[in-house]
Design a protein around this ligand. Structure first.
Ligand code: CMC
Length: 430
C-alpha cells in the first residue's frame, strides 16, 4: 500500500497522485488541480475548520471518541490525581515533568512575579463599578504589553521566558482584582507564602484578617480545576492566540485576543450559561419540559454544558469534576442546583436526541456548580477558565513561533459578492 490519494478531476479527466502523511493531504497539493492555465487551482472549503489541521502540535492529545485527554502524553486523570497546577503548567510549557530542582526554580520565578504594577491597579480602577470581570481581565492583559515593551521581541528566547513567567504569575492577580473591583472591595496584594491557588483565594476573599488561611480542600479543588483547564489543543481561543501571534504581535496582545474568544458563551462562557440555565429551569420537575424545548429548537435553546466539537463521548474532565464536586460540597454544603443538573444529565443520557448526536456533559456542566458553591459569582467563571488556560495559550503560541512551516495565518475565501461595477455618483443613485 502506498500512502497516496489518487484524485480524478472529472472536469478535465486528469489524474493526480497526492501524498498522504499523518492521515492528511496538504491543501496546497490541490492547487495544481486546474481546469486551465488561468484557473487559480482547487481549494478546500471548510467553514469553522471542521476537518482541517492547522498545525502540528506535541502538546495535547484528545481522542474524542474514547474520551481520552493527554498533556504531553500524561492522562488527565493521573495529573488531576497526582500533580498540581504549577507542575502541570511546566509540563505543558516545557514538554517534561520538572525535576525537584526545576520545580523549585519554576515555583520561585512564578512567585516572584505575582505583583502588578501600581499603574495597572489604576487602570483597573477606571472600569465601571459593575464591569464584567472578563472584560476587565482581557483589557488589562492587553494593556500589559505597554508595561513590558520588550515583549515584542518574540524571537528572543529569554524575553519570551520572562513574559511566560509574568503571564502565568500575574493572571491570578488580575483575575482576583477584577473580582474585587466588581464587588467594590479593596484589592488584596499577593501572599507569596501561599500556594498558587491558595494565594489566589487570598486575593479574592481576604477581609480584615492579618493572614488569610485558605481552606485546603477548596484550594486543592481549585488547583485540580486549573489542571483540567490548562490546555485543550486547537480550540477557538487557542486558535485565536496562534492567529494573532502569527502576525508577530506580542504575547500580551495575543493573549488578550484569546481571552476575548474564551469570553463567548459557546466556549469559556458556557459554565456561566449552564448556571443561568439551571436557575431558569428552577426545579427538578421542570426538567422534562426544558428538554422538550431544547429538542424542538424553540427559542434556540441548547442544553448548555452538553456537546463538544471533539468529544463524542463523556468528557474525561467532566468525570474528574463530578468527583471533586462531592469534596467541595462536603465543605460548602450542597449546591441546590445540583439536583437539577443530575436530573438533566440522567434524562439526556437516555434520550434519543442526545444519544444519536453523541451529546454528553462537557467540562462546563459541573464546574459552575463548584465555583458557585465556593462563592464565585457567575461572571467570574470565564475568568477562572482563563487563568490556567494561560499556560496552554503560551505553550501553543511558542510552538507556533518555532514551527518553520507556520506563517501569518490567512485563510482563503469563496467570493460571493458582485462582479466589477462602476462607481455611481450619489445624486444619480436610485
Ligand atoms: N444542546 C442541544 N443540541 C445540541 C447541543 C446542545 N448543547 N450541542 C449540539 N447540539 C445539536 C445541534 O443542534 C446539531 O443538531 P442537528 O444535527 O439536528 O442540527 C448537532 O447537535 C450538532 O451540533 P453542532 O452545533 O453542529 O456541533 P458543534 O461541534 O458545532 O458544536 C458546541 C459544539 C460545543 C458549540 C455545541 O455542542 C454547543 O453549543 N454546546 C453548548 C455550549 C457548551 O456547552 N459549550 C462548551 C464547550 S466545552 C468547553 C470549551 O471547549 O470551551
Amino acid at each position: 500500500m502506498t500512502d497516496t490519494l489518487t484524485v480524478v478531476d472529472n472536469r478535465t479527466g486528469k489524474k493526480y497522485e497526492l501524498p498522504v502523511h499523518d492521515g492528511t493531504i496538504r491543501a496546497m497539493d490541490l492547487r495544481q488541480i486546474k481546469t486551465g492555465a488561468d484557473d487559480f487551482g482547487l481549494m478546500t472549503y471548510d467553514p469553522a475548520f471542521m476537518n482541517t489541521a492547522n498545525c502540528r502540535s506535541a502538546i495535547t492529545y484528545i481522542d474524542g471518541d474514547n474520551g481520552i485527554l493527554l498533556y504531553r502524553g500524561y492522562p488527565i486523570e493521573q495529573l488531576a490525581e497526582e500533580s498540581d497546577y504549577l507542575e502541570t503548567a511546566y509540563l505543558i510549557l516545557f514538554g517534561e515533568l520538572p525535576t525537584a530542582a526545576q520545580m523549585q526554580a519554576w515555583t520561585r520565578e512564578i512567585t516572584l512575579h505575582t505583583m502588578l504594577h501600581e499603574n495597572i491597579k489604576k487602570l483597573m480602577e477606571g472600569f465601571q463599578y459593575d464591569a464584567h470581570p472578563m472584560a476587565i481581565f482581557l483589557s488589562t492583559v492587553g494593556a500589559m504589553s505597554s508595561f513590558y515593551p520588550e515583549a515584542k521581541h518574540i524571537h528572543d528566547k529569554s524575553a519570551r521566558m520572562r513574559q511566560t513567567h509574568r503571564l502565568i504569575a500575574k493572571v491570578p492577580s488580575i483575575a482576583a482584582w477584577a473580582y474585587r473591583h466588581s464587588i467594590g472591595r479593596p484589592y488584596v496584594y499577593p501572599d507569596n507564602d501561599l500556594s498558587f491557588s491558595g494565594n489566589f483565594l487570598n486575593m479574592l476573599f481576604k477581609m480584615t484578617e492579618l493572614k488569610y488561611q485558605p481552606n485546603p480542600v477548596l484550594a486543592r479543588a481549585l488547583d485540580v480545576l486549573f489542571i483540567l483547564h490548562a490546555d485543550h489543543e486547537q480550540n477557538c481561543s487557542t486558535t485565536t492566540m496562534r492567529t494573532i501571534g502569527s502576525s508577530h504581535a506580542d504575547p500580551y496582545s495575543s493573549l488578550a485576543g484569546a481571552a476575548a474568544a474564551l469570553y463567548g458563551p459557546l466556549h469559556g462562557g458556557a459554565n456561566e450559561a449552564v448556571l443561568r440555565m439551571l436557575n431558569e429551569i428552577g426545579s427538578v420537575n421542570k426538567v422534562p419540559e426544558f428538554i422538550k424545548r431544547v429538542k424542538s429548537g424553540e427559542g434556540n435553546n441548547r442544553l448548555m454544558g452538553f456537546g463538544h466539537r471533539v468529544y463524542k463521548s463523556y468528557d474525561p474532565r467532566a468525570k474528574v469534576i463530578k468527583k471533586i464536586a462531592d469534596l467541595v460540597f462536603a465543605v460548602t454544603g450542597k449546591n441546590p442546583l445540583l439536583e437539577i443538573a443530575l436530573e438533566l444529565e440522567r434524562i439526556a443520557l437516555q434520550d434519543d436526541y442526545f444519544v444519536t448526536r453523541k451529546l454528553y456533559p462537557n467540562v462546563d456542566f459541573y464546574s459552575g456548580l463548584i465555583y458557585q458553591a465556593m462563592g464565585f459569582p457567575v461572571e467570574m467563571f470565564p475568568v477562572l477558565f482563563a487563568i490556567p488556560r494561560t499556560a496552554g495559550w503560551i505553550a501553543q503560541w511558542e510552538e507556533m513561533l518555532l514551527d518553520s512551516e507556520q506563517k501569518i495565518a490567512r485563510p482563503r475565501q469563496i467570493y460571493t459578492g458582485p462582479g466589477t461595477r462602476d462607481y455611481i455618483p450619489r445624486e444619480q443613485r436610485q
